[in-house]
Design a protein around this ligand. Structure first.
Ligand code: HEC
Length: 302
């Protein structure tokens, strides 16, 4: 199946999504528009199975996306939480993780303090070794704020979920660890995601023209390869941006995830631009192209 058919969405829907994405670039985890009330089950998993999980399960950790201002809260049911706490090498049958992606906004009472402000999406991982054999015993599901599926091919999306989670086989494909209180406690024990990703240098002449037009003076693009690139879906294009930022700063060059000429994410250091307030930071251009349209195009300092 081609990337194009996976992303076949009604024009109307794409247009609404783009208007939103462009109007709110600071919170631009873009996604294809939801299919209202049509499909509510992915891989046999639905939101209705886990009512009020955010009140009754254990909060495992919180992650913050600096580039999009998004907060992610990860919860575990009792079985998953116990295994995580015990650092068990395998999660038992019935273990379930849920992640909420929240947009943030300023608190008018104290604007430098951002507050969670509305769920954008819910993601689940359900352990059932028999049922989900081809995805390492985890059933993956993604829903919008109303519990509907996004308008994308669920099979292709499942492959994209599994492809990225395969980066952490030593954690039984679960990225999260329990929040640690010690300073630097997480990094000291864990390897960074970017270390296990593979990149390949591509000359300017080999990349699609649409992407080449956005490149700075550099002749090479450090492009992500491997399963994540092959299985990418719209969520991957956005999810990968922090990794590309890290790669771009590390290599002092441009980094990209190129699916095809219409779908790619690119990070380019901006040379000769306004210096960042914090002199240690680099000014970067972040560009995400989805179905031939720029859904994200912004400069940031990092
Ligand atoms: C490009 C990489 C990538 C893709 C694609 C991806 N994830 Fe994740 N996922 C992560 C990372 C990294 C975390 C850790 C938390 C965070 O940074 O938000 C995570 C965390 C999670 C968690 C919390 C448990 C854990 O592993 O920490 C769930 C549940 C989850 N993802 C479900 C999904 C589903 C469902 C899909 C597909 C629709 C998906 N993921 C696709 C990278 C990815």
């Amino acid at each position: 199946m081609t990337f194009k058919t996976r992303f076949k969405v009604k024009l109307k829907v794409v247009f609404a999504g783009l208007v939103l994405a462009i109007a709110f670039p600071a919170q631009s985890y873009f996604e294809p528009a939801p299919v209202a009330g049509r499909i509510r089950t992915m891989n046999g998993i639905s939101m209705a199975q886990y009512p009020d999980f955010e009140k009754t399960w254990h909060l495992v950790t919180v992650r913050y996306r600096q580039d999009s201002g998004e907060l992610r809260f990860t919860y575990a049911n009792d079985l998953a939480f116990k295994a995580m706490k015990d650092l068990s090498p395998k999660y038992p049958e019935g273990a379930v993780f849920a992640k909420i992606g929240m947009i943030t906004e300023d608190d008018p009472a104290f604007t430098s303090s951002k507050v969670p402000s509305g769920a954008k999406r819910y993601q689940f991982m359900v352990r059932d070794q028999k049922k989900y054999k081809s995805t390492e015993g985890w059933g993956y599901a993604l829903f919008d704020a109303d519990g509907n599926l996004f308008d994308e091919d669920a099979k292709a999306k499942t492959q994209a979920c599994a492809a990225c989670h395969r980066l952490v086989p030593e954690r039984d494909y679960v990225f999260s660890r329990l929040m640690a209180l010690g300073v630097g406690a997480f990094q000291s024990k864990e390897t960074a995601l970017a270390k296990t990703l593979e990149f390949k240098s591509q000359p300017r002449a080999k990349v699609p023209k649409t992407l080449a037009a956005l490149l700075g003076k550099y002749d090479l693009v450090s492009a992500l390869t491997g399963e994540i690139q092959r299985q990418a879906f719209s969520g991957t294009l956005d999810e990968i941006v922090p990794t590309l930022i890290q790669r771009s700063i590390q290599m002092q060059s441009q980094a990209a995830l190129i699916v095809n000429e219409k779908n790619f994410s690119l990070v380019v250091p901006v040379l000769g631009g306004e210096p960042c307030q914090n002199k240690k930071q680099t000014r970067l251009l972040v560009h995400v192209n989805f179905n031939d349209k720029a859904v994200r195009h912004a400069e940031l300092c990092q």
